[in-house]
Design a binder for this molecule. Structure first.
Ligand code: NAP
Ligand code: G3H
Length: 483
């Protein structure tokens, strides 16, 4: 097995059936930086037949990989993680350029990804099956024993979003490999240069030929071919709810794990520690310019605490730096102009509906200053739609019940935060919220990465998180021993 460390990254081609190749027709997609608008590279736009090559290669390689001992799979993952961490600066710099994430967060993403891969390797070797005795169920003889084991599904299609081009790709690829699956990896187009670098690090760690294949190209062009290919045995998708819903209709009867959008509320009661709430909400709403599924996307505050909370939020939000990812600014340009136009549309609509701008609402191209809107009415689109940008609406409520109702009236159900010093109220509210996770006195966020992470309603299907992702990529195989 090759154990070479990555010396240089070429980032030019895709890995298909063990070879770094250009595509046959030479058609490429040029990528520019969302912040500097300079060209940063290009990736092949694969054809349908090349997508087929990717799936078939993964299928072929997986048969052998499924028989590879767990400790060998674990060693591959460790070498991959070490390669990534060793190159955190160069890979982090590419993430920064490609998706305009501030430099320190981009480098942190590489380290978080390496940690995730190692944790997956450790947990993966402990995924034991079970032995069930028949007992004398229904009065029959106790002569049957079931041997239940976790077997791989086959080929996992990993489709990743732009906002964590490494972490949300590896969080699918690592558990797939550890459980003996092959992989077809479809990175977000804006994010595929970082994704290719990550795959170079894996390949040079000794990836068996054909086991992971990269399919670059626009989702709108190659998505259907990928999703409906008969060789795909599971789809693990992170992205927008609309894309996820449309994909799920086409996929047929294969297991799906979907991590989709959110409209996470922060509910603030009158007895909350408002300094803490303001700090957590600001971090939760504006990190990576609000381009996180788990960003706090609305505040539902009891009228009695609203004025004081708004003052404290204003102070915190105005401390955020706005500028370029290269300068490690907190709020950086959005992924593209279309995204910025959408955010601006939501701000303008809220203002039309009598919202008050507390701070922000300044824009230069795709750079929008962190914007706080107070007195937002539930008629405003921003009360319900996901901006994926640096804007936070504050909706004042008169009761706990009203806060819960507005929280639950959403089409989304990813996470929620509750800020109060009354432990009974915290649990009472948390129990009624229709979401995957509730954070008590803290901002919404996915990690630590071994916690279960899931959304309900239009926020997703299935569960991610180290152990849960591993399990989702296996099925149970039962052998019944008849005595
Ligand atoms: P997106 O537009 O839905 O794209 C996600 C991925 O799907 C990309 O790789 C995209 O490829 C691909 N894709 C697009 N059309 C497709 C199709 N017809 N068939 C198959 N694949 C297709 O989402 P995004 O803009 O990257 O990310 C933003 C959204 O993702 C937000 O709504 C956010 O809340 C959500 N998100 C959720 C989570 C979570 O864990 N819940 C995490 C991150 C992001 P191209 O790039 O080539 O279009
Ligand atoms: O964008 C969606 C991610 O799953 C959010 O992860 O909470 O660690 O930023 P995060």
């Amino acid at each position: 097995m090759i154990t070479k460390k990555v010396e240089t990254f070429s980032q030019k081609n895709v890995l298909l059936n063990g070879e770094w190749r250009e595509n046959e027709n030479g058609e490429r997609i040029t990528l520019t930086s969302p912040s500097t608008r300079e060209e940063i590279g290009s990736v092949p736009a694969l054809s349908e037949s090349e997508v087929g090559t990717a799936v078939n290669a993964a299928k072929e390689a997986q048969r052998k990989w499924a028989k590879t001992p767990l400790h060998e799979r674990k060693q591959l993952l460790y070498r991959w993680a070490d390669n990534l961490e060793e190159h955190k600066e160069v890979i982090g710099t590419m993430i920064m350029k490609e998706v305009a994430k501030k430099k320190s967060s981009a480098v942190d993403e590489v380290v978080r990804t390496a940690d995730f891969i190692r944790h997956t390797a450790e947990e993966g070797v402990r995924l034991n099956g079970e032995l069930l005795t028949g007992d004398s169920y229904n009065g029959g003889p106790a002569s049957k024993t079931a041997q239940v084991s976790h077997v791989p599904l086959g080929v996992v299609l990993a489709i990743a979003p732009f906002n964590y081009p490494l972490n949300l790709s590896a969080s699918k690829i690592a558990p797939a490999l550890m459980t003996g699956n092959g992989v077809v990896f479809k990175p977000a187009t804006q994010g595929s240069l970082s994704g290719i670098m990550m795959m170079e690090a894996l390949d040079q760690a000794g990836l068996p030929k054909g086991l992971v294949n990269i399919t670059t190209g626009r989702g709108s062009e190659i998505g259907d071919t990928l999703v409906t290919h008969k060789g795909i045995d599971q789809i693990s998708f992170t992205g927008g709810s609309e894309t996820g819903l449309s994909l799920s209709k086409k996929a047929g009867m294969i297991p799906l794990v979907l991590e989709l959008g959110g409209k996470d509320p922060a509910i603030v009661l009158e007895d909350a520690d408002l300094d803490k709430a303001a700090k957590e909400i600001t971090g939760g709403a504006f990190s990576y310019s609000g381009q996180r599924c788990t960003a706090i996307k609305r505040v539902l505050v009891k009228e009695e605490a609203a004025d004081e909370l708004v003052d404290k939020l204003k102070e915190k939000v105005e401390e955020l730096s706005v500028g370029l990812p290269e300068d490690d600014a907190d709020v950086t340009p959005l992924i593209n102009d279309k995204g910025a136009d959408y955010v601006q549309g939501l701000i303008d609509d809220a203002i039309d509906k009598k919202a008050k701008v507390v701070t922000g609402d300044e824009r230069k191209e795709n750079l929008i200053s962190p914007t706080l809107l107070d007195h937002v009415s539930t008629d405003a689109r921003i009360a319900w739609e996901e901006p994926f940008g640096p804007v936070l609406p504050i909706i004042r409520v008169t009761s706990e019940e009203e806060a819960i109702k507005i929280a639950n009236d959403s089409e989304y159900g990813l996470q929620a935060s509750v800020f109060t010093q009354d432990i009974d109220a915290a649990h009472r509210i948390a129990d009624q919220l229709e979401v995957g996770s509730v954070q008590l006195n803290g901002k919404t966020s996915r990690g630590p990465d071994h916690f279960p992470f899931l959304g309900v309603k239009n926020s997703g299907l299935g569960v991610q998180g180290v152990r849960y992702s591993l399990l989702s990529m296996t099925r149970q195989k039962v052998k019944v021993l008849n005595g």
